[in-house]
Design a protein around this ligand. Structure first.
Ligand code: NAD
Ligand code: ZN
Ligand code: ZN
Length: 346
């Protein structure tokens, strides 16, 4: 089968012919129906020199996957071939306390596993088939299509978790600022805020088209990212600032905006892996603002995200691409030309 692989650090990915996976005992092979192209794949391809990441190369990209059960290994019961499934992407040890609670994204044994998930250290879904180590990582789609579900496994799940941890602040009359609101994660964050909280949503992006998308999916106002953005957030919040700021970019400028936009007792959650930093001191933000990073979400949160989509509350704006064009889709993503999510359909 064909697969889009990372074959060298700081190199373009390559479409290569590889062997079709066969399920070993306890494993499942999923026929891919959709694989989302996440900006994290660009960080993986571009940001690391040889030796910085513990992943052996090559491996197939793609950590936002959904499709149909294709083959099951010995000992796997209760899964019928042909069942549509989403693949939970953070593959933990399955045995520690956090994994047992569904939080494989925060597996206690992550450092010893050698890979973070399919497409993140071991073969992912930018191919025709994906080997999944255990059926515990599959969630039935129950009516959604794989193309709809694939981006929800990360671009939906990650903002869902980031919002969930601050939902108690997002009371009626509150404000949430979404930085990078026109992107894959950002445009779903806007929808999840609209569907699960009463907050007004201020969308921030460098792209006018990105802000237009954020407006179509539920943002009350669009703010162009730049030197005037903090003043605009202040104006839209009556001078108080926002209860919650979600930064889906994570460069110096957006972290500075996030810190300046959060009100006293507010939360800033950094999701973007742009490599920026914020100079934290007593006066660098309002009183009692807390900062956190988040990484992905839990399996039960993925079930909740899929339920939101099934009930029509959220849906990714998808641009479908063929496997032959997946490398080109990553180039367009790097150039800021994809609003919403590019999803590879083999
Ligand atoms: P994307 O490229 O689809 O979207 C990024 C958006 O940010 C675009 O709309 C772009 O126009 C906008 N943007 C770029 N620079 C900006 C700036 N200075 N100010 C405001 N907006 C700006 O990316 P994505 O796939 O949505 O991923 C977003 C980030 O989240 C990436 O860094 C990615 O690696 C990271 N990520 C983190 C996790 C996690 O678990 N923490 C999970 C998935 C992705
Ligand atoms: Zn991702
Ligand atoms: Zn674990």
């Amino acid at each position: 089968m064909k697969a889009l692989q990372i074959t060298g650090w700081k190199q373009a990915p390559e479409l290569r012919e590889v062997a079709e996976p066969e399920p070993g005992p306890g494993q499942v092979v999923v026929r891919i129906g959709g694989a989302g192209a996440c900006h994290s794949d660009l960080h993986l391809l571009h940001d690391f020199d040889e030796g910085m990441m513990p992943f052996p190369l090559p491996f197939t990209l793609g950590h936002e996957n959904a499709g149909w059960v294709h083959a099951v290994g010995a000992g796997v019961g209760g899964l019928e071939v042909g069942t549509p499934v989403a693949v939970y992407g953070a593959w933990g040890c399955g045995m520690c306390r956090r994994c047992r609670a569904g939080m494989e994204n925060y597996c206690e044994n992550a450092a010893s596993l050698g890979a973070m998930g399919g497409g993140l250290g071991t073969n992912g879904g930018m191919a025709e088939y994906l080997l999944v180590p255990s059926p515990r990582l599959l969630v039935p789609l129950d009516g959604l299509t794989p193309v709809e579900a694939a981006p929800l496994t990360d671009a939906g799940l990650t903002p869902y978790h980031a919002i969930a941890r601050s939902r108690h602040l997002l009371v009626p009359g509150s404000t949430a600022v979404v930085i990078g609101a026109g992107g894959g994660l950002g445009h779903l964050a806007v929808q999840i805020l609209a569907a699960t909280t009463a907050a007004q949503v201020l969308a921030v992006d460098t792209s006018h088209d990105g802000l237009a998308l954020a407006g179509r999916v539920g943002a009350s106002h669009g703010v162009i990212s730049g030197p005037d953005a903090a003043a605009e957030v202040s104006e839209f919040t009556g001078g108080r600032g926002a209860e919650v700021v979600l930064d889906f970019v994570g460069v110096d400028a957006t972290l500075a905006l996030a810190a300046a936009s959060a009100q006293t007792l507010g939360h800033v959650t950094l999701v973007g892996i742009g490599g920026g930093s914020h100079n934290f001191n007593f006066f660098s933000q309002a009183y009692e603002v807390s900062f956190a990073t988040t990484y992905w979400g839990s399996i039960t949160e993925l079930m909740e995200v899929l339920a939101l989509a099934r009930d029509g509350h959220i849906g990714a704006e998808v641009q479908q691409v063929a496997l032959d064009d997946a490398a080109d889709a990553y180039e367009r993503l790097a150039a800021g030309q994809i609003h919403g999510r590019a999803v590879m359909v083999p």
